[in-house]
Structures are given as C-alpha cells and as structure tokens.
Design a protein around this ligand. Structure first.
Ligand SMILES: Nc1ncnc2c1ncn2[C@@H]1O[C@H](COP(=O)(O)OP(=O)(O)OP(=O)(O)O)[C@@H](O)[C@H]1O
Ligand SMILES: [Mg+2]
Length: 393
C-alpha cells in the first residue's frame, strides 16, 4: 500500500504579536509592534496510507488547522516536507474560499474550478452539490446572507463532489445541525469504502474510535501520541483531565450559551472526587444571547474512561420546562442523589438544544470530569444503595 500523504519533519514558525493595536492612533504611534516567533508545529511526521482515515485530536491552538493547511498546500512549512498523491479537497474554515458578494451558484463554480473541475464536469454535478447542501432555495442568493450552517453545508457539498483522492476536514462540521452531521458522516463512510484517504479534526473521541484507522494527538505543536485510535484517545483523555489545557469541545450556535458549569458535593462545596453513593450536583449557568423560540432542553451525559455512555438525562425527562420564549439567564441544577459509579474517571457532557435536537445551541463535550474513589465495599460495575432488613419469623 502506498502512502497518500507523507508528512516528514514538518515545522511551522509564526510571529506572535504581543500587542495588538486597537485604534488607528495606536497603530500609527506604535508603528512597530513587538513580536516574537514561535513554533506552531515542530517535528511532525506521519504517513497516511492510501484509503485510510486519520483522526487529528488536540487542544485549542495545538496546531491541527495549521497541519491541515500545510497538507492542503495552503501554507508553506518552515521546515520539513509534505508529499501528497491525488486531488485534495479541503474544508478548512467557515466559508474559506467563498466570495461574499457572489451567489451560492457562482461560488460552487468558482470553488470546483479551483479544485480542478472543468465547466462541463461542474455542470454535471451541480444539482447533486446543491441537493446535498439542501440549498435549492438559496443557491442564487449572495452567500453573505447565508448562516454559518449554510456555509458549511455548501462547502462540504462541493468538497465531496469534486471526486477527491484526499479529503481534509477541519472541525467546521460541528457547526451544522445534527441531521446534516449525520449525512456528512455517511459520506465519510462512503468515501472510506471507495478507498479515498481522509484526514479530519474532531473533538469527539467516539468518532475517532468509530471511523479512524489511525489517530494523532497534537499538543503545543508536537505529536503527543500517534497510532491506534484507542491508544491515542486514551492519551487524549489523560491530558484532558489536566487543568492547564483548554479543550475546545465546544459547538453550537451559542444563541443560548453555557456560561459556566460546576460540580458540587452535598454541602455545596466544589468537588472533583466522589465516593460511590454520595450526592453530586451538576450546575449550569445559561445565558440567552438572543431570545430563542423553544422548547429548549438542557441535558447532561456521563461517559466513563473507555468512552462508554454511562448515564444521561435532561430537563424534559425531569419535568422541568422553560417558557416557550427562552430569554435571559437561568441556573440549572441536576442533583444526583446517589452517584452509582465505582472507581475511575468520568466525563460530563453538557448540552442546550431544541427538544428534537435539530438545533444545538451549545454543547460542551466531555469538558468536565470527576473521579470516583473506591468505596468501602468491593466494587462491581455499579454502586447500589441497598437497605438490608432481617426479622425473626
Ligand atoms: N497565520 C498565523 N499567524 C500567527 N499565528 C498563527 C497563525 N495561524 C495560527 N497561528 C497560531 O498557531 C497556533 C496553532 O494554531 P491552529 O489554528 O493550528 O490550532 P488548532 O489546533 O487548529 O486550534 P483550534 O482547536 O482552536 O482550532 C496557535 O497558537 C495560533 O494562534
Ligand atoms: Mg483549528
């Protein structure tokens, strides 16, 4: 099997500005802005065999997008080499490659032409692209009137219809609604069956487990882990539990935002560890950045270290309902009367979405974690608060 992509000793150095002028006056007075250089990527090597799928994990600012851009040939590396085989289609940033003043139709032609398709080839695929993006009614509007979800749909539709040998997808997919994400995933799986090579950035480890042959985790621009998805995801989780790293498992329209979240023990104290059977409160503070037409549902889910979904519930199921028009701020508390887990670290995902989940306002995927310590009894799979009685008959 030959390599579709060979990344060999890649390094990328950027200038970082210590002061960003905010006004024209400042810009003029401080015409020389202090800057230093730093490596956004260093010593990155990875080989992706033809037909394989690579998952790219890592915290915010670790260099994922920079690496994709270098593979795509949009950025030139400071050192090292990249070799690729076959046409590359890349979906890198929201609306990248789109011209705001042009219509959706014009942008499709422009983009597909840049990716190497002839006019007649584009003609033939045009309806499929628009159909996939579900933008029939908007294709002749200027894209500056598109929502972020519409941008992503059109961008992805073009990328997967130009017959690429290599598909590069940054996290932008998370912007689309859930139905469209599912459709993209189906397309990714179809591409895998067709033997195309895929590299994608994600913050969802279960996706890496499910679809990737290989995974790489970047941290501060260096390869922290590389190899089997299971091993890399485990390393990722370990790092994630360290507080000094910000993980951007963050998606949604932010019309309603999770401003903060905390985990409390029974006395209202902030806690990171619990013993089986203790009470735990998961508290979220929400803010509507714009009034939202409901019904709005707030949910949480708990996954264990091997990413098994362990438990989840939501406000609807707990009989807590918000007004039809959601506005202002809310504090939501889920009180787990008796935590049933045994030893290990557990991860909490928080979500605010519409009742049918087609609209995702804000999801923080596995952004919080807690540790279960061993209780007095022998742990099995779960802890059950058992009341024991005996009476003489
Ligand atoms: N053109 C640029 N000029 C200067 N610095 C840059 C440039 N592009 C990226 N950087 C910096 O390089 C580092 C890596 O950025 P990159 O966008 O690759 O990270 P990322 O892993 O994609 O992060 P995220 O998860 O937030 O998307 C960051 O510190 C970023 O600020
Ligand atoms: Mg990025």
């Amino acid at each position: 099997m030959s390599a579709a992509i060979t990344v060999d000793g890649i390094g990328k150095r950027f200038k970082r500005y210590r002061h960003r002028p905010t006004s024209l006056k400042e810009r003029v007075i401080r015409f020389r802005v202090a800057s230093d250089q730093f490596w956004a990527l260093r010593n990155v090597s990875v080989e992706i065999p033809e037909g394989q799928t690579l998952g790219l994990l890592g915290p915010n600012g670790s260099g994922k997008t920079t690496l994709l851009k270098i593979i795509a040939g949009i950025l030139r590396p400071t050192e090292g080499t990249v070799t690729t085989n076959g046409r590359i289609a890349a979906l890198l940033a929201l609306g990248a490659g789109f011209h705001a003043e042009l219509t959706g139709r014009e942008n499709v032609y422009l983009n597909a032409a840049i990716l190497g398709l002839s006019r007649s080839e584009i003609d033939r695929r045009f309806d499929d692209i628009v159909g996939f993006a579900e933008l029939e009614d908007f294709i002749d509007s200027q894209v500056k009137f598109y929502s972020s979800g519409m941008y992503v749909r059109l961008g992805f539709a073009v990328a997967v219809h130009v017959d690429p040998a290599i598909l590069l997808v940054d996290e932008v997919l998370a912007v689309g609604d859930i139905a469209f994400q599912r459709k993209c995933l189906d397309k990714v799986e179809a591409f895998q069956r067709e033997g195309r090579t895929i590299v994608f950035v994600t913050h969802a480890p279960d996706l890496v487990h499910r679809v990737c042959d290989q995974a790489v985790m970047l941290e501060h621009g260096e390869v922290k882990a590389i190899g089997k998805p299971t091993d890399v995801v485990q390393e990722f989780r370990l790092s994630m539990s360290r507080k000094d790293l910000a993980y951007g498992w963050d998606r949604g329209t932010k019309e309603i935002e999770i401003v903060s979240a905390e985990i409390f023990g029974q006395e209202g104290e902030t806690r990171e560890w619990f013993a089986p059977g203790e009470e735990m409160t998961i508290q979220l503070d929400l803010k509507a950045n714009t009034p939202v037409a409901g019904p709005v549902v707030v949910s949480f889910a708990i996954h264990d270290q091997s990413n098994m979904f362990s438990y989840g519930t939501n406000t609807d199921w707990r009989d807590v309902f918000f007004p039809e028009r959601f506005e202002g701020k809310y504090r939501v508390q889920f009180v787990l009367k008796s935590v049933p887990f045994v030893e290990g670290r557990y991860y909490i995902t928080l979500g605010v979405h519409s009742r049918d989940s087609t609209k995702v306002y804000h999801v923080q995927e596995q952004a919080y974690s807690f540790v279960m310590v061993r209780g007095e009894e022998n742990p099995g799979l779960v802890y059950i608060p058992v009341e024991c009685r005996a009476e003489r008959l």
